[in-house]
Design a protein around this ligand. Structure first.
Ligand code: ARG
Ligand code: ZN
Length: 871
């Protein structure tokens, strides 16, 4: 059941080349595979060849053209064994028939709105043909596909197109050849009646690449933002990492049924259509931003993932963490670096930290799993990116680039490991990274405790940093990590302070290396008592608690030269006030006044841009504060305290905020650019405060009615829904009818509906799911309703009477029968249980036990459920 990293061994046979022949018909698809196979040097004669297969039924089999005798092979639901294959190179030929129409798991070959398409990562290829379906088996592929001309005028696969033509009887064919050896998870095929937009890109060495984005007819005009993002990604990877594209064509296809965001298949990226389509009336600024980011992400995989891939799935973050780092850097270079950093850290804190501190915690490189699909997690992706970022911080930009250059030079064409990745940076920099690699191997978010003191007489400043990591499932003892702490000292007048010397630990420029359980640094020649600014730009994915009081934090919020820490100081102050109040210790008037004044001054500061201000005035959500409290949490108390704080802060300045809000209206034509998006974010941030803190539901209603774009209209509706103002039901109702027929806008309505805090929300969601026309097989619809319910810190999900937990586990049982990946992803929301107060915890446990005892569960859901119950 459980697969262990320590059991890794190469396959006894290699696949030298692959020829696939697909005959696609309405009724079924015939797949013929010709695999050239040979034993490895180390393989003993007579060793069986064991190929993976998932739910396939074999209709013919031959070796070198000769049909196989029944006794020489065995096929079952998990694969195909050839008992004594020839001890030399041979060609294995198999034929199977598939039913893409009834493939609701959306892995392998399936149909989405009539289009045939594939998803193979990580183990979908074995649902298409018998194969060594693992990432360390690399081969060049040639794919021939034949399909009805009328149903599928577009025929695409990986690599370059080399032939196409008429096949008679209303059929036509195309042949694609991918010269770059690749693992099967990067295979893709698309056949359908699709529209497209085209463009081209000239690489730095002068090669022309034909670009196309394919979509449902009629959606072409909504693909231009994606195309523009693609061209900028290609140029950026050349500039920043020296990486050039390597095929003659690059195709992107948007499909409406897709298990996650997108997939980097070689030369043929397949996308969830919500990450392609954008027009101002139906897509928000956030949608535009995600499209750009994910287009970049999948494109960047061409080098970090495809040219250099993973030896096994334990190494997933070798490609994912690194590629997320690269897409974050792309977004930072293309827009505002500090705003991007705040955005990414907020995402890390709201999704990865809870994973890392709960029953589903695992290292970025896990060492065992039951179901690999359960490990496409925020820890592998986002914490993985933070680990790469720390490498860049430690080595400096030039040192990091040198290591990356060596990585591409040394490992191009290989399937490799985290160890090999770390080694290139050791070799390029001469630095010992043996302690650093622990970040990949150990789960849990380190907690860093800071205390400082100043001695005026000797002008010495002492700073003590201590690290601990709480035990996580299966890892009782933690090793100390190498934590890079970017820092500065700030003097009483707000400007940077210098020192003469430092002892007690390693300081390199503005970096403290916290490499032991505890480090005490003594700075000499410090003229005044400084306020320390630590973890600038969030230089390590840790939680910090310090002896800084509210006055120190608000001092940082005003004076720190690091924008991230200015933002973070404000967040910390609000979080602490809400958390304390939820535990019965309400803030003093002075504390509230000081925070209010800091917010007002931030808003008035002409040196800060609107996007930053929007982030700075946002009050942390209930989920964020609950996690800060960490155990025995009563989410209703947190939510009430939060509401109280917002009201306290906004009350005396409501008119001033409303004026500011009104002044930010713009009648410029919509553009998703950073400046305009920043102004909209600030305006909507003000609206949020005014609605939840001053009862100004009327403003939300007015904005909803007059909005000229989806960003403003959606924000107005969602803000009203989250505060459940009198206007909310009517706005939701209008939104639903106004955009009826647009599935991606329907998703927005589902999300806003699921986040309503009133007691009626669960009944409304049950009715939505039970409606005969609700598309129960579409992952986007299910995630928009249920994913946002479990992940957004809704107090209805964690209801004391357990109705939220029952609703979710009952829905998961149903979804699991159709699509286990979507079901298990929704169930991960239950990881919140251990931090709740006992009665809610118990209600959740009962719901999980019921799910377990009353249903036959998929491996996906079974694994998540058991891990949550065990945690
Ligand atoms: N490799 C894809 C990406 O990150 C995602 C594949 C997700 N697969 C999964 N089984 N969850 O771009
Ligand atoms: Zn990826």
């Amino acid at each position: 059941q459980t697969i262990y990293l320590k059991d890794y061994a190469p396959t006894p046979y290699r696949i030298v080349s692959v020829e696939l022949d697909f005959r696609i018909l309405e009724e079924n698809t015939r797949v013929r595979a010709q695999l050239a196979i040979e034993p490895r040097d180390t393989t003993a004669p007579g060793t069986s060849l064991v190929l993976d297969g998932d739910g396939l039924s074999l209709s013919s089999i031959a070796i070198d053209g000769a049909p196989l005798a029944l006794a020489s092979y065995a096929a079952d639901d998990n694969g195909l064994t050839i008992v004594e294959p020839p001890f030399r190179r041979f060609v294995l030929e198999t034929e199977v028939f598939l039913k893409p129409e009834s493939n609701t798991k959306l892995m392998g070959l399936y149909r989405s709105s009539g289009t045939w398409c594939t998803q193979c990562e990580p183990e979908g290829f074995r649902r298409i043909t018998y194969y060594l379906d693992r990432p360390d088996v690399l081969a060049p592929f040639t794919v021939r596909m034949t399909a009805p001309q009328a149903l599928a005028p577009v025929l695409l696969s990986n690599g370059n197109p080399i032939d196409r033509g008429d096949a008679g009887d209303g059929m036509h064919y195309a042949v694609w050849q991918d010269p770059f050896p690749k693992p099967a998870y990067l295979f893709a095929l698309v056949a359908g009646d699709l529209g497209s937009i085209t463009d081209s890109f000239t690489t730095v060495s002068g090669r022309n690449v034909d670009l196309a984005i394919y979509c449902t007819h009629g959606k072409e005009a909504e693909c231009h933002h994606a195309m523009d993002s693609l061209k900028r990604s290609m140029a950026w990877d050349e500039r920043r990492f020296g990486r050039e594209y390597d095929l003659d064509v690059f195709n992107v296809v948007a499909v409406s049924d897709f298990n996650f965001g997108a997939m980097e298949n070689k030369g043929l990226n397949i996308f969830n259509d919500k990450l392609v389509f954008a027009q101002p009336e139906t897509a928000t600024d956030a949608n535009y931003h995600s499209i750009e980011r994910v287009i970049a992400h999948e494109y960047f995989h061409n080098w970090t993932g495809n040219r250099i891939t993973c030896r096994d799935w334990f190494q997933l973050c070798l490609k994912e963490g690194l590629t997320v780092y690269r897409d974050q850097e792309f977004s930072s270079d293309e827009h505002s670096r500090p705003v991007q950093r705040i955005h990414d850290v907020q995402n890390l804190r709201t999704s990865q930290f809870p994973e890392d501190g709960g029953p589903l915690a695992h290292p970025p490189r896990p060492d065992h799993y039951r179901e690999i699909n359960n490990f496409y997690t925020t820890t592998v992706y986002e914490k993985g990116a933070e680990v790469v970022r720390m490498l860049a911080t430690l080595l400096g930009e030039a040192g990091f680039r040198k290591g990356m250059d060596l990585y591409f030079e040394r490992h191009d064409g290989e399937a490799t490991t985290i160890e090999a990745f770390i080694k290139v940076f050791e070799d390029a920099s001469g630095r010992d990274l043996s302690q650093f690699i622990t970040w990949y191997l150990q789960a849990g978010t380190p907690q860093v405790t800071v205390s400082d003191s100043y001695d005026g007489a000797s002008q010495t400043y002492t700073l003590t940093l201590t690290q601990t990591v709480e035990p996580t499932p299966g890892e009782p003892d933690k090793k100390p990590l190498l934590i890079p702490v970017r820092f500065g000292l700030i003097g009483p007048n707000g400007s940077p302070m210098s020192w003469n010397g430092v002892s007690g630990g390693t300081v390199e420029g503005d970096l403290i290396l916290l490499d032991k359980p505890s480090v005490t640094l003594t700075f000499s020649g410090v003229a005044n008592k400084p306020v320390p600014s630590l973890f600038r730009a969030f230089s390590a994915p840790v939680k910090v608690s310090s002896n800084l009081d509210q006055a120190d934090l608000l001092f940082l919020a005003r004076h720190d030269s690091d924008p991230f820490n200015r933002w973070d100081a404000l967040q910390t102050v609000s979080t602490q006030l809400i958390a304390e109040a939820a535990r019965g210790r309400r803030w003093s008037d002075d504390d509230a006044h000081a925070l209010r004044q800091a917010l007002v001054d931030t808003l008035a500061n002409p040196d800060l841009d609107a996007a930053f201000k929007a982030q700075a005035i946002a009050i942390p959500g209930t989920g964020m504060v609950s996690r800060h409290i960490g155990k025995d949490v009563d989410p209703d108390a947190v939510s009430a305290a939060r509401k109280d704080l917002v009201t306290t802060l906004v009350g005396p300045i409501a008119d001033q905020l409303a004026e500011r809000y009104a002044a930010l209206v713009s009648d410029a034509p919509y553009s998703p650019d950073a400046a305009q998006a920043g102004e909209r974010a600030l305006r909507n941030g003000l609206l949020q405060l005014l609605v939840s803190g001053a009862g100004r539901g009327d403003l939300a209603q007015k904005q909803y009615e007059t909005a000229g774009n989806m960003t403003d209209r959606y924000a107005a509706m969602a803000i009203a829904a989250q505060s459940w103002t009198d206007e909310a039901p009517a706005l939701l109702g209008d939104f639903r009818t106004r955009f009826a027929g647009d599935p991606l806008v329907f998703d927005k309505w589902l999300t806003a509906s699921a986040q309503a805090p009133d007691d009626g929300v669960i009944e409304r969601m049950r009715a939505i799911l039970a409606a005969p026309d609700f598309p129960k097989t579409n992952p986007n619809r299910l995630r928009s309703l249920l994913g946002s319910f479990v992940m957004s810190g809704s107090t209805q999900f964690t209801r004391l009477d357990g109705a939220g937990f029952r609703f979710v586990t009952e829905a998961v049982a149903e979804i699991d029968k159709v699509n286990p990946q979507v079901a298990s992803r929704i169930l991960t929301g239950m990881r919140i249980l251990p931090m709740l107060e006992p009665r809610r915890r118990e209600a959740g446990r009962v719901a999980l036990e019921t799910l377990k005892s009353q249903h036959t569960l998929s491996r996906n859901v079974g694994e998540i459920l058991d891990r949550i119950l065990a945690g």
